[in-house]
Design a protein around this ligand. Sequence first.
Ligand code: BMX
Length: 299
Amino acid sequence: MNRNALKGFAVDIGGTKTAVARIEQGKIVEHLVTPTDGDADLEGHLQSFAQQLGRVGYRSGELLGVAVTGRVTRSGKWSAVNSGTLRAIEGVPLGAVLKARFGEACCCNDAAAAAYSEAMFGAGEDCPIFVYVTVSTGVGGGLVVDGKLIESSRGLAGHLGFVTGPGANLICGSGRRGTVESIAAGRAIAAAAEDAGHPDFDARKVFEAARSGSHWADEIIDRSSQAIASLCADTAATLDPDCIAIGGGIGLADGYLSRVRAHLANEPELFRVPLLPAVLGSDGPLLGALALAVTRRHQ
Ligand code: BMX
């Protein structure tokens, strides 16, 4: 896909922030970010981002890609997998409502969208089998094989945060016990800080504390990075990717990828998949959602 030909609008509803963007010639030319309301229902999310889209110049009929945290079924139904992140989104008709309200619009999972744009224009450009992992509010993922995003009818394909990991034993919002998300994600890092006696520490403050030499904070971040390293090694035994790109606010935090690489180095050589930082950063889900809208329009 020619990135320069990418023109339209995109929305990224993440677990913590919702971004809207106007995209021209494959670049984000206008961009607004607001907090995500984890208690909002479908109408609440729609009204919130529709207002923001108007502020970046969206007009009805323009091509729109919407990336969301949670799974999106092939029929466009949107559900949280981790109900702790989105408390009022279960089986809602996102695809149908987008088409009714906005005309030319498509919806997909946020990490899948980022995987697609990283495969098309970013870290995965030269990887026939490419895996993207976001470590952010949750831990998400996307799988792109020979330029095609792997999507399943239930929308769960690529949800790598819900595999179980080493040292994890907590019940996750997905209902599983010991998931990678329950030990590695931003919300898990904040919960571990609270358990360590620091109730008002979000992930960013835990990273700051670790940089200032706090052993408790360093341990929490190390457990997170170890779980992600183990997840990366596991993918070698499933898809055997040519590379894995790590993105998300935690994934791209200073020193985090080095920690993951250090833990991955303890795995047998065969399971040390090359790791790269995501190139597109927080633009990834926005560019990927619009790129998927273009791809699907031609299908
Ligand atoms: C969770 C899951 C994924 C999402 C990932 C990263 C929910 C609500 N989300 O694993 O669908 O891709 O988090 O999401 O179940 P983010 O909120 O960190 O962007």
